[in-house]
Design a protein around this ligand. Structure first.
Ligand code: AMP
Ligand code: ZN
Length: 116
């Protein structure tokens, strides 16, 4: 999608600290990290979020999980623990409407859901 921020990162029109790239998946450091390890994993094909999964993107999700687990090991948080999450829609706190998963770790992350 031409005006999508993460599509622009895929096309290298906006810089990002890429930590993994393959045919289906791109992973890069979050620009505003909430934890010592904060990586965003995205399918390269555009999809606004989990409400709008396309067959192409759905096929990339298992690969994305595999990459997340590998990055967690490489970044040294596999043993200490980490979290993979995707915010969906307004109540989910989604700000960027290209499907992405946050890989977070490197400190105790606390309860799963805040009080809002
Ligand atoms: P979400 O609230 O789940 O939509 O998360 C969007 C994430 O994208 C936030 O954690 C932002 O810090 C991150 N973000 C926004 N712009 C960029 C960028 N140019 N490069 C890397 N991460 C970004
Ligand atoms: Zn996009």
């Amino acid at each position: 999608m031409s005006d999508c921020l993460f599509c622009k990162i895929v096309r290298k029109q906006i810089p990002a600290e890429v930590v993994h790239e393959d045919e289906q998946v791109l992973a890069f450091k979050d620009i505003s990290p909430r934890a010592p390890v904060h990586i965003l994993l995205i399918p390269k094909a555009h999809c606004s979020g989990l409400n709008e999964l396309t067959p192409d993107v759905q096929a990339a999700v298992p690969r994305l999980m595999e990459v997340a687990a590998r990055l967690a090991r490489e970044l040294g948080v596999a043993e200490s623990g980490w979290r993979l999450l995707s915010n969906c829609g307004a109540d989910g706190g989604q700000a960027v409407f290209h499907l992405h998963f946050h890989l977070l770790g490197g400190r105790p992350l606390g309860g799963m859901v805040g009080r809002g």
